[in-house]
Design a protein around this ligand. Structure first.
Ligand SMILES: [Zn+2]
Length: 183
């Protein structure tokens, strides 16, 4: 009887461990699949691609590249988050053929890993001492933890989600001189 119970317990422990392993492997596979798909989603820029907002070539600033892709298969690439947001908020101003509802996907680049991630999953550090090609920038990270590390290391002021970024904030970043003033 006791031996039976022991065997039963062993079987239970073994099956739990197997289940845990299978679930973990499955979850890891899912994460890997998601990451590799998003890398593939990025459309490589050419040396001729210019930012539709400021007119600069985007190729030299590959670390800062962000991209808006449209439902018709076209896309715009930008030399930073600020420029991307300007078009995102008001597409017609920079490309009369496009409307906000035409946007299919927005990709930003994690500052540490340079992986492309969806704009609404990123954490943005504002007010740091790291400048982008167009001055003060919003710096994207794929986790709140990494955004926090960067904020501490580079005297950042705040961590924002995409829906907290407003045109007025972009104006404040553009107007700020050496340090960012959010007042
Ligand atoms: Zn630009």
């Amino acid at each position: 009887m006791i031996r039976n119970r022991q065997n039963c317990l062993k079987a239970l422990v073994f099956s739990s461990i197997t289940m845990l392993f299978v679930t973990n492997t499955w979850a890891l596979d899912l994460i890997r699949k998601k990451k590799s798909t998003e890398r593939k989603l990025y459309i490589t820029v050419t040396k001729k691609d210019r930012c539709p907002v400021c007119g600069m070539f985007v190729h030299p600033y590959h670390k800062w590249i962000t991209q808006i892709q449209f439902k018709d298969g076209s896309h715009h690439s930008f030399d930073g988050i600020k420029c991307m947001c300007r078009l995102y908020f008001n597409p017609e101003k920079f490309d009369p053929a496009k409307k906000k509802k035409d946007i299919k996907r927005v990709l930003v680049r994690d500052y540490y890993t340079l992986k492309f991630i969806r704009h609404d999953t990123a954490f943005y550090v504002v007010g740091s001492d790291v400048f982008g090609p167009m001055g003060h920038e919003l710096i994207p990270f794929d986790s709140e933890k990494n955004a926090g590390v960067f904020l501490t290391d580079h005297n950042g002021l705040k961590i924002l989600r995409f829906n907290q970024i407003k045109p007025e904030l972009l104006d404040k970043l553009d107007k700020s001189k050496k340090t960012v003033n959010l007042e």
